[in-house]
Design a protein around this ligand. Structure first.
Ligand code: DC
Length: 335
């Protein structure tokens, strides 16, 4: 069970204000946490002693929030407390990371739990980004968004639908039709195409080069970047990709660029493919990686490049655990 916190303020002690503030606060908490009614176990309000016109719990019931038990209590009068403030705590049962919601005058109250942390982790294939992202996300209890998976899913869709990637109009139509979503189950990212989980299929080696090619197309990038920004705006997460620090989230507070020597990266990719029962030839993989890097670094739109303010990490002689600890320490120094 988890607790989601929230608060808001009203401008005067009037029943209508309490009703609309409570409706707005609960709707926002449900929306930002993608909550369904059956995940919510209880909703408890408190309000400052200067609110006497209406019970927040009653306002919640009237706004349609009656599937969970509701409760209101009045806070003691405390000098210096934020006036006309309604606080809420929802107990919920689900796998999602809680998003706490502080609105209006209450927006300044709990920076410690409401600050959305976005970490940009860019670098070439095989540097260890995805393993490291998962470790960092786990250590900081945030999500990780593998943006490469989104380009891979797009490539898979284009391959299945036989989209001619040299025809801009055809590509634009295919992008407009694309039903691509990212969901999390037990903290693990699922990449969905038309509602079907394609997380395993997009890892096939033949999709890698096509993903790189597709990712250079303007309409594809625009769509992916829009989706990535939407996710990052409301969710603390580490995003691994090629252009996160330079283009998707240029204002991210935490940026890292992770790479390793060509040989080490090729060895890692071989290991991953073999572990999945796929064939892997070291020299072929190394050449593919070098070719893909070149394509990713030299494309016109948002090429792979270290952001000026990103911290450079060479993981050739480091374990993923060491890299993750290094990143977490750097973040904690800055928080
Ligand atoms: O990280 P990956 O190997 O799964 O990424 C597949 C391709 O997608 C990669 O070669 C380049 C592209 N990509 C991108 O252009 N921008 C990103 N943010 C992530 C991936």
């Amino acid at each position: 069970m988890k607790a989601i916190r929230g608060a808001t303020t009203i401008t005067k002690d009037a029943a209508e204000e309490v009703k609309s503030a409570v409706g707005e606060l609960l709707n926002e908490i449900y929306r930002r946490n993608a909550l369904s009614g059956d995940e919510v176990i209880s909703i408890q309000f408190t309000n400052t002693a200067d609110i006497r016109s209406y019970y927040p719990a009653k306002a919640a019931r009237e706004a349609g929030f009656f599937s969970a038990p509701l409760f209101s209590a009045q806070e003691p009068e405390i000098n210096g407390a934020l006036p006309l403030c309604i606080r809420v705590m929802l107990l919920v049962e689900n796998d999602k990371t809680p998003v706490h919601v502080y609105l209006r005058g209450a927006a300044t109250l709990r920076k410690d739990i409401t600050e959305v942390i976005n970490i940009a982790l860019d670098g070439p294939a095989g540097g260890g980004k995805s393993t490291v992202s998962k470790l960092v996300a786990n250590k900081l209890n945030i999500l990780c968004l593998d943006t490469g998976a989104m380009y891979r899913a797009c490539a898979l869709k284009f391959l299945n639908d036989d989209v001619n990637i040299n025809d801009i109009n055809e590509v634009e139509k295919a992008v407009a039709r694309l039903d691509l979503r990212v969901e999390y189950k037990d903290g693990k990212q699922l990449t969905l195409l038309n509602g079907n989980d394609v997380s395993a299929e997009i890892r096939k080696n033949e999709i890698s080069m096509l993903a790189s090619t597709v990712s250079a197309l303007e309409s594809v990038r625009n769509k992916m970047v829009e989706l990535q920004r939407e996710i990052a705006a409301n969710t603390s997460c580490i995003l691994d990709g090629r252009d996160i620090g330079t283009n998707v989230l240029p204002n991210a507070k935490y940026k890292f660029y992770l790479t390793a020597s060509d040989d080490v990266r090729a060895e890692r990719r071989c290991g991953e493919l073999l572990a999945k029962g796929q064939s892997a030839d070291f020299n072929q993989i190394k050449n593919e990686i070098i070719k893909r890097d070149l394509q990713d670094k030299t494309r016109k739109i948002a090429p792979l490049k270290q952001a000026d303010d990103a911290i450079f990490i060479d993981s050739s002689l480091m374990t993923a655990e060491q890299v993750a600890d290094f990143i977490v320490n750097k973040i904690q120094e800055k928080i």
